[in-house]
Design a protein. Structure first.
Length: 103
């Protein structure tokens, strides 16, 4: 997965996984502990037909040349990415937390 799709959530990160699917893109997944809750967060790459549109718009955010490593840190880039590839979340219930703890 392109590093620009990664995200950071608040809390103590317990696990972080990145998967690459040959034709369907990639997914970035993490579980964090927040105030005694375990929260799963995930994001997938934009669909293939939207990926080019997203990359074109993101490069056009700034008229001056900017390295991609700097572009992905900007507020504007992160807002655009949220439109094309939102971060989803779910709070794990007690049973799921116990399963995860034993994992």
């Amino acid at each position: 997965m392109f590093d620009g799709y990664k995200f950071e959530e608040n809390g103590k990160k317990l696990i972080q996984v990145e998967t690459n699917f040959s034709s369907d893109g990639s997914m970035y997944f993490q579980i964090c502990e927040n105030e005694n809750n375990y929260v799963a967060y995930w994001r997938t790459e934009p669909e293939r037909h939207k990926r080019d549109e997203f990359m074109c718009k993101s490069v056009c955010l700034f008229p001056e040349l900017m390295p991609l490593s700097e572009l992905v840190k900007t507020k504007e880039y992160k807002e655009l990415l949220q439109e094309y590839s939102p971060v989803y979340s779910a709070v794990l219930n007690e049973n799921q937390k116990n399963i995860f703890r034993h994992f």
